[in-house]
Design a protein around this ligand. Structure first.
Ligand code: GAL
Length: 718
């Protein structure tokens, strides 16, 4: 396997490896050694080339401080290598061992209520702690030195799903580190006071040693500037924690590839040094968990959404953990993939940018907090349908081995994403409004259902590859993005900017000009003169306050509906649609055309959606938030007339399409049946399925959870 230097971050960046990684996270420390050889043989028979190991085994790598033991993993790595399976190791810092938490309790996280994390689960270590960092460097150095010359260790994962259990800490050492970070960022306490608005509620500080951590609701709300900086600090601390390990690993063996497996995406700036320090990102994908959380309507769309979000950060990625069966921890269990669905989910990941995939996990554990998290081999040591599906997927990847490398996922409609500051700015002051991602999800889902190629793209990425770009109320704006959006639109792009965009500075101060600011108002030909809250569909116009700690305020008592919550509608062509959440009263420049108007109440007749011709494209402004119906209407009114079309017309419901493209023009169209019923597909002309080798079309049947990958080369031409 060859590695090249990683290219700059882009949603279209391919992986810098020349082969598809396929295998499993494996825990030989959970398995009787008498079974190891057959495990390796079964993996080889499945067509795997890699396992990932060691992320929770610090107590085995270093049983006592300074005493290292590599035998167990050396034997496991050797045994696997005999069957041609290489190993990815992990720094084991997600589970600091008991000797460490006992000798140095100051490494433990402390929550906002002052509770110190106890030993007994995971992610109890506080990544902002200098003491933990020193131990993290020690264990990383010992492992890196030991494995530097081992040809069977080919890469590393840093830690495991950093910040997934929790990203927060309120420990004494965290407070000290936060003060240091503030000092470095601001230089003088006056600058910090100005940024956080120190004259509001006497939150002014005389010197950095007085700065406190922003405790939520204790007793009231903290300044948005203060909260935002705490999260910037956590992200910087997470990146620094990882960088310690990266420096050691790179120095030990520059040929190793390095990645991290993302989990909950909390307090990590994925377009910052956290990602540029690595070769690529990994994204753990458990689609059934999203059903469990009743989010986003269906696990097929949720999976597509999350993979698209991840690709927007850095481009193609690997999936170090892909759900294989039922998963559970003591307080929940997920839905269970049906026969054929595990392979379909894996192919969906590939269709949306995965260049490597490991099924979680090889075997389920017989003990511990995940005894029902199923793997490929069952508890009784038998390989059954999940193993058979993994074998099938390995054959699929073998069939694509020449076609896939170097390709990236086509995006026609980009959704602005991946900006850490904007995600956090919303959270500093949410007001019961949807987050940028919640708003964007409505458009993403509508595009997904229509099989229009979509994805998340940062304004600093190569916008020339898009046909349209939607900006979902990004509060914080950078004037350079205005220039990028202007170039994109003038070159023929359809730009749609939504309410509240470009209303705050990086310090979360409201701008002193009418929004949208920073040159965006001129670009769009729109100014927001007034705005107000309206009812969200199905709601009473207000929102439940977050639960408050006992003793403060009225608690979570229901609030009465009020007249301000009566719905507003807008009229788009012949359709009247209910608006959601917020209205804006717009002032238009002379060359701007209203495409939709407010349809009732005091704004009746005023513009709600506008368009301004700009070069070969059009710049639109939407003075409200999306609803499901409005997302559909926007596609009909703006995107389809601009020639944006599904990847394949008339696909039946539940068939998912995604295209991977090569710079030279070759294309791979993935069609995936996400349902348990057969689906009939009609192609404009016959095509070759790269998975089966069959010539398909013009009409063919996709079996339940079936998949095809159609080559753009006509059958018979090569
Ligand atoms: C992931 C985690 C794994 C395992 C898995 C199933 O989030 O990285 O260690 O816990 O979920 O719960």
């Amino acid at each position: 396997m060859k590695k090249t230097a990683p290219a700059p971050l882009s949603a279209w960046r391919p992986l810098n490896l020349d082969a598809f990684l396929i295998g499993v996270p494996h825990y030989p420390e959970h398995v009787d050694e008498s079974l190891w050889a057959r495990d390796a043989q079964r993996m080889a028979e499945a067509g795997f080339n890699v396992v990932r190991m060691g992320e929770f085994a610090w107590h085995l790598w270093e049983p006592h401080e300074g005493h290292f033991a590599f035998d167990l993993f050396d034997r496991a790595i050797d045994g696997l290598a005999k069957q041609g399976i290489r190993t990815i190791l992990c720094t084991p810092t997600a589970t600091p061992p008991r000797w460490l938490s006992q000798a140095h309790p100051e490494i433990l996280r402390v929550d906002a209520a002052g509770r110190t994390a106890s030993h007994g689960s995971r992610q109890h270590g506080d990544t902002t702690s200098d003491v933990l960092r020193a131990h993290s460097r020690r264990i990383t150095r010992a492992m890196a030195t030991h494995y530097a010359g081992n040809p069977n260790v080919i890469g590393w994962q840093t830690d495991n799903e950093l910040n997934t259990t929790t990203s927060l800490s309120f420990s004494p050492s965290c407070e000290v580190a936060f003060r240091k970070w503030c000092h470095l960022r601001y230089g003088t306490i006056e600058a910090l006071n100005a940024a956080w608005g120190g004259h509001f509620w006497a939150t002014h500080y005389d010197h950095f040693d007085q700065v406190v951590l922003p405790y939520p609701d204790n007793p009231g709300h903290v300044s948005p500037g203060h909260r935002q900086d705490y999260h910037r600090f956590l992200a910087a601390a997470t990146a620094a924690f990882q960088r310690d390990q990266v420096e050691i690993l790179r120095a030990a063996n520059p040929d190793w590839f390095l990645f991290h497996n993302l989990g909950q995406l909390e307090d990590i700036d994925f377009r910052g040094t956290f990602s540029t320090d690595l070769d690529f990102l990994g994204f753990d994908i458990y689609p059934m968990l999203y059903d469990e959380m009743r989010r986003h309507g269906g696990h097929a769309h949720s999976q597509a959404l999350h993979l698209d979000i991840c690709r927007g950060f850095t481009g193609n990625f690997i999936v170090p953990e892909q759900a294989s069966g039922l998963g559970s921890q003591p307080l929940f269990s997920t839905m269970t993939p049906e026969p054929g669905e595990m392979r379909r989910m894996a192919l969906s990941s590939v269709a949306r940018g995965a260049d490597g995939l490991m099924f979680f996990r090889w075997r389920p554990a017989h003990f511990g907090a995940e005894i029902y998290w199923m793997g490929l081999i069952d508890h009784d040591d038998q390989p059954r349908r999940r193993y058979a599906e993994a074998c099938h997927f390995a054959r699929d990847m073998a069939a694509l081995k020449d076609a896939l490398p170097g390709s990236s996922v086509r995006i026609d409609v980009g959704i602005a994403g991946g900006d850490f500051d904007n995600q956090e700015a919303y959270r500093t002051y949410p007001m019961g409004l949807p987050s940028p991602l919640e708003d964007a999800t409505l458009l993403h889902r509508a595009l997904y259902r229509r099989n229009i190629a979509t994805g998340f793209v940062h304004p600093e990425d190569d916008l020339s590859r898009l046909k349209a770009l939607y900006v979902p109320h990004w509060l914080i704006w950078d004037p350079r993005w205005t220039d990028a959006l202007r170039r994109f639109t003038e070159a023929g792009g359809q730009l749609i900017v939504s309410a509240m965009t470009a209303t705050r500075t990086r310090d979360n101060h409201i701008l002193t000009e009418l929004a949208p600011g920073m040159g965006l108002g001129e670009l769009l030909g729109v100014r927001v003169e007034e705005f107000g809250r309206i009812v969200a569909p199905g709601q009473d116009g207000l929102f439940a306050p977050p639960a408050r700690p006992a003793g403060f305020g009225p608690g979570g008592a229901p609030l009465p509906a009020c007249s301000a919550g009566r719905p507003h509608h807008l009229r788009l062509g012949e359709t009247t649609l209910q608006a959601g959440h917020l209205y804006e009263k717009l002032i238009l420049a002379p060359d701007v055309t209203p495409l939709a108007h407010w349809a009732d109440r005091w704004l009746e007749g005023a513009p709600a959606l506008t368009a301004r011709p700009l070069g070969r494209g059009r710049a639109h402004y939407l003075g409200t938030y999306l609803t499901e119906a409005l997302a559909e209407a926007l596609i009909e009114a703006v995107l389809l007339p601009a020639g944006i079309a599904p990847l394949l017309p008339d696909l039946p419901e539940g068939v998912e399409a995604s295209e991977r493209q090569h710079p030279g023009g070759d294309r791979l169209l993935f069609l995936l049946n996400t349902t348990d019923m057969p689906r009939e597909v009609t192609l404009p002309q016959p095509r070759r399925d790269l998975l089966s080798g069959a010539r398909l079309g013009p009409v063919f049947a996709l079996e339940p959870y079936g998949a095809v990958v159609l080559s753009s080369t006509p059958p018979g031409s090569g």
